[in-house]
Design a protein around this ligand. Structure first.
Ligand SMILES: [Cu+2]
Length: 253
C-alpha cells in the first residue's frame, strides 16, 4: 500500500516537471556556402531522448526572410521517430541572410495535465554566414525575440532574449531549457533534466549554455480556457520556443 501511495505521489510530482518540447532542428545553424538544409520537426523530451509524442501534421510551417513570410508546409514529409509521427523538410538556401524557420503545431491534447499544448517553435539558419536578419520576428502569437545573435555561438555563451505575447513583453514569464542529449550525458537526478528561468520585469531572460549542441528555450504562457476532447473544462499551454546551437572552441565539430 505504501509503495502504491508513493508511486501515485511520484507520478503527481513528476508530471508538471515533464517538459514536452517541440523541436525544429536544422542540420546546421550556419551554411557558409548556402545549399541544402534539412529541418526535423519532432515533439519529444530532448534531454531524456524521449519518449517521443505523435506530432500531427502542423497547421503551418514557414520561413521568415527579408522578403516576407513564406509558407513551406507543402514541403513536409513524414519522418517517424521511435514509431511516432514526426516531420522533415528540405530547403535550398540560395541567398545570404537569416531564414527563420517556424512551426505552428496542431494543438496536442495532454490528458495527464488536462490541457492542450501548442508550442510555436522557431530556429534561425544563417545563409552564407551573413550575420544579417537574425532578429527578424515571425509575428507568432507568442514568440522569443533574441537579444543575442542566435547563430555561430560558442559553448558557454550567454543567450539573452525577450518573451513576447502578441508582440508585448511578458514580465516574469517562465522559461524551461533543455539540451538535445546525444546520449553522452546522464542527468544525476530529475532536477537536472529541465533548467528553469524566470524572465525579469521586462520579459528578458538569460542562460549560459554549458555544452555543445542544440539548446531549446521554451517560454510557457497560459492560453485560453477551452474544452477537453470529452467536453470538460481544460486549459491551453502556449509555448514560445527557440532553438540555438553552440559549438566548442576546440575546433572539432
Ligand atoms: Cu512531457
Amino acid at each position: 500500500m505504501r509503495t502504491f501511495i508513493s508511486a501515485i505521489a511520484l507520478i503527481a510530482l513528476a508530471s508538471p516537471a515533464c517538459a514536452h518540447f517541440q523541436e525544429i532542428l536544422p542540420s546546421e545553424d550556419v551554411l557558409p556556402d548556402g545549399g541544402k538544409v534539412t529541418v526535423d520537426l519532432i515533439f519529444t523530451h530532448p534531454m531524456e531522448r524521449g519518449p517521443t509524442m505523435d506530432m500531427a501534421r502542423p497547421v503551418r510551417v514557414g520561413v521568415a526572410r527579408e522578403k516576407g513570410v513564406e509558407d513551406i508546409s507543402g514541403s513536409l514529409v513524414e519522418a517517424p521517430v521511435d514509431g511516432k509521427q514526426a516531420w522533415r523538410l528540405e530547403r535550398d538556401i540560395a541567398e545570404p541572410g537569416a531564414e527563420v524557420f517556424f512551426v505552428e503545431p496542431k494543438p496536442y491534447w495532454e490528458p495527464a495535465e488536462n490541457k492542450y499544448i501548442v508550442h510555436y517553435a522557431k530556429v534561425v539558419v544563417d545563409g552564407y554566414a551573413s550575420g544579417e536578419g537574425w532578429d527578424r520576428l515571425v509575428g507568432l502569437p507568442v514568440e522569443i525575440a533574441p537579444l543575442v545573435r542566435p547563430t555561430g555561438l560558442w559553448t558557454g555563451n550567454l543567450f539573452r532574449a525577450v518573451v513576447l505575447k502578441d508582440g508585448q513583453p511578458v514580465p516574469g514569464a517562465e522559461i524551461e531549457v533543455e539540451w538535445v542529449n546525444d546520449g553522452t550525458v546522464t542527468p544525476p537526478n530529475e532536477a537536472f533534466i529541465t533548467q528553469v528561468i524566470k524572465a525579469d520585469d521586462m520579459g528578458v531572460f538569460s542562460y549560459a549554455m554549458p555544452r555543445a549542441g542544440w539548446w531549446g528555450f521554451a517560454a510557457l504562457i497560459d492560453g485560453p480556457e477551452t474544452q477537453s476532447p470529452d467536453g470538460k473544462p481544460a486549459s491551453t499551454e502556449l509555448g514560445a520556443l527557440m532553438w540555438v546551437k553552440t559549438t566548442d572552441m576546440g575546433g572539432a565539430r
